[in-house]
Ligand binder design. Structure first.
Ligand code: PGA
Length: 308
């Protein structure tokens, strides 16, 4: 079977986009050139790789198999490039890092310091929620992930690099801001602005309330910490957020941490990668850097101080 790397690369782009047009854009090729590479690959293999589903295209069974192998061949090639780069020194290479949207409040500080220490390493940062991070780990599509709880469903190695306390926040005008040791049953009378179900913050908050036998009233749901904070400020409800997302609002007094029994929920931030993944020298340098430096780099973050 005469299959070329170029054919596989073009096929992989069409397969991941399920579009010849998008693949031709991504690869800066004409559409006939893309179609020809795929046709030649189909001829070499002797089976069709795509099928028409109405106006769209889908992978055939053979196409799915070839997609699986072409991705691992692509991964092996990249690994080879990185190993070669490492022979030239650690201060080279590429590194793909994905972080939980909640970490994005301090990730830039971390990455800037890493970039100062290793200016030759090209970093690519993806910011998304917990559910997507788990998927990136599952499909082995990322070098390193910074997230809350490591996933159970993927075999990973992880290390804690910082605490991540979750607190209850309210607008300064809320009557509970002056109360101490507020009982959880009192919270059941409040409305909570919620993150989306894929959020790690939301999962931790829901687990906490279930464990304490409290059912809280859900208000609006939003995918961004920024939107959550604005909504709490606007009086749409209380919320449970990572302390690391409200540095500015605490400083300006726009949000107040409530003194609630059982809070803060003690969580930690983890650095995670797939177990057995052969980390490039750039990824190893990043892991060492985050595990040893993160705490001191972000020590300006607020600590849990309920109302004065
Ligand atoms: P998230 O944060 O709520 O932005 O998904 C991740 C986590 O706390 O696990």
């Amino acid at each position: 079977m005469h299959v070329t790397l170029r054919q596989l690369q073009v096929f992989e782009s069409v397969a991941s986009n399920l579009s010849f047009t998008q693949a031709s854009r991504d690869l800066h090729l004409s559409q006939p050139a893309v179609s020809m590479q795929v046709r030649q690959l189909e001829e070499a293999i002797g089976l069709p790789l795509f099928e028409k589903l109405g106006k769209r295209i889908g992978l055939t069974e053979c196409g799915r198999e070839v997609y699986h192998y072409s991705r691992s061949i692509g991964g092996a090639l990249q690994e080879m490039e990185e190993v070669i780069a490492s022979l030239k020194g650690v201060n080279r290479g590429r590194l793909a890092v994905a972080v939980a949207s909640t970490i994005n409040y301090f990730a830039p500080r971390l990455l800037a310091a890493f970039h100062d220490a290793f200016p030759g390493i090209a970093l690519q940062l993806d910011v998304t929620n917990r559910e997507q991070l788990v998927q990136l780990l599952e499909t082995d599509a990322i070098d390193i992930v910074l997230m809350g709880q490591p996933p159970d469903q993927v075999d990973v190695e992880s290390g804690v690099f910082m605490d991540n306390p979750l607190v209850v926040v309210a607008p300064p005008s809320h009557p509970l801001t002056t109360a101490s040791n507020i009982g959880l049953d009192r919270l059941a009378r409040e409305i909570f602005v919620m993150r989306e179900p894929g959020s790690g913050t939301r999962q931790a908050m829901e687990r906490f309330f279930v464990e304490h036998g409290i059912s809280i009233r859900h208000g609006m749901q939003m995918t961004r910490n920024e939107a959550i904070k604005q909504s709490v400020r606007a009086g749409l409800g209380l919320s449970v957020v990572s302390l690391h997302t409200i540095e500015l609002e605490l400083a300006t007094g726009e949000l107040v941490i409530l003194d609630v029994e059982g809070f803060p929920i003690e969580r930690q931030w983890h650095l995670v990668h797939r177990r057995g993944k052969r980390l490039s020298p750039a990824a190893r340098a990043f892991r060492e850097f985050v595990l040893s430096e993160a705490r001191s780099l972000v020590e300006s973050l607020p600590s849990v101080r309920p109302h004065p």
